[in-house]
Design a protein around this ligand. Structure first.
Ligand SMILES: [Fe+2]
Length: 276
């Protein structure tokens, strides 16, 4: 297994077949060190991907588990979520409807126990666009001015899921049914012991105990700093790529792609503990 660091963070891993019997500790060590791992030229069935994922911890099972045929025609195994803009013949989505640009977020941050890992395997891709963009949230925290670090010290932020792609969460009164949970604005990664900023533009609604205007201004500052264009890792997908990222210390978003293009990726996840 060779580890080649990517710019400005992340690593590409070669010399490994994830369908085989892999050294999971070596992979986890590389993942903790690099936050995002890119494995190229894989050929994985759903079972292969589920087997690899289950070795990393308890698997996330989508609340909208669908076991009928997915966009690639095969029946969907529990634990698999399709990330695709394609729809069935009757117009219904294969899971959450996934098309076009999507703001930065952290998967399942609105739950008490968010996903630690998201594992995404590329099957069919647009010729242009649809890159996944990652930001390093250790670096984002470390780069904050001392005064801002003090302002967010001990603060919690309400994280909300509303199926938006490019909108701030609605005011609290307008989202009674949305899934939401308040987590610390800064969390300590349980494996690395490093502090990471735990907010994102798509899902972080408000700072607990702060007036709305002040909360929004502070969050905007944190979003802008974490999305510093000079520090973004942009992953341009190729079929057979498997990318595994850590939602505790990275956020990710999607670049736009043409509505008419076909994009099919297969997602599995690992559930963690409540962040602190
Ligand atoms: Fe996501």
């Amino acid at each position: 297994m060779q580890i080649s660091p990517l710019d400005p963070f992340g690593a590409e891993i070669t010399g490994i077949d994830l369908a085989g019997d892999v050294d999971i500790t070596a992979i986890q060590d590389a993942w903790y060190a690099h936050q995002v791992l890119v494995f190229r030229d894989q050929s994985l069935s759903q079972d292969d991907q589920l087997r690899f994922t289950s070795r990393l911890g308890p698997m996330g099972i989508s609340r909208n588990t669908i076991t009928d045929a997915g966009p690639s025609g095969e029946a969907t195994q529990p634990g698999i979520m399709w990330v695709t803009n394609l729809r069935r013949g009757d117009g219904s989505a294969y899971g959450q409807p996934h098309g076009g640009e999507m703001w930065f977020h952290s998967d399942m941050c609105y739950a008490e126990k968010p996903y630690t890992a998201t594992i995404l395997y590329a099957i069919e891709l647009p010729a242009l666009g649809g890159a996944t963009r990652f930001a390093d949230m250790y670096g984002a925290y470390e780069a904050l001015p001392g005064e801002t670090k003090q302002r967010i010290e001990g603060k919690s932020v309400v994280q909300v899921h509303e199926y938006h792609r490019l909108e701030r969460p609605s005011p609290e009164a307008e989202r009674p049914d949305a899934l939401q949970f308040a987590h610390p604005a800064v969390i300590v990664h349980p494996e690395t012991g490093r502090k990471a900023l735990f907010v994102n533009r798509l899902m972080s609604a408000s700072v607990v105990g702060m007036e709305a205007d002040e909360s929004e201004a502070l969050l905007e500052e944190l979003f802008d700093r974490s999305e510093d264009p000079a520090k973004i890792l942009s992953h341009n997908w190729r079929p057979g790529d498997l990318v595994m990222w850590d939602n505790r210390c990275t956020i990710h978003g999607r670049a736009d792609f043409p509505e008419t293009a076909r994009r099919i990726l297969r997602r599995t996840t690992v559930i963690g503990e409540r962040p602190s």
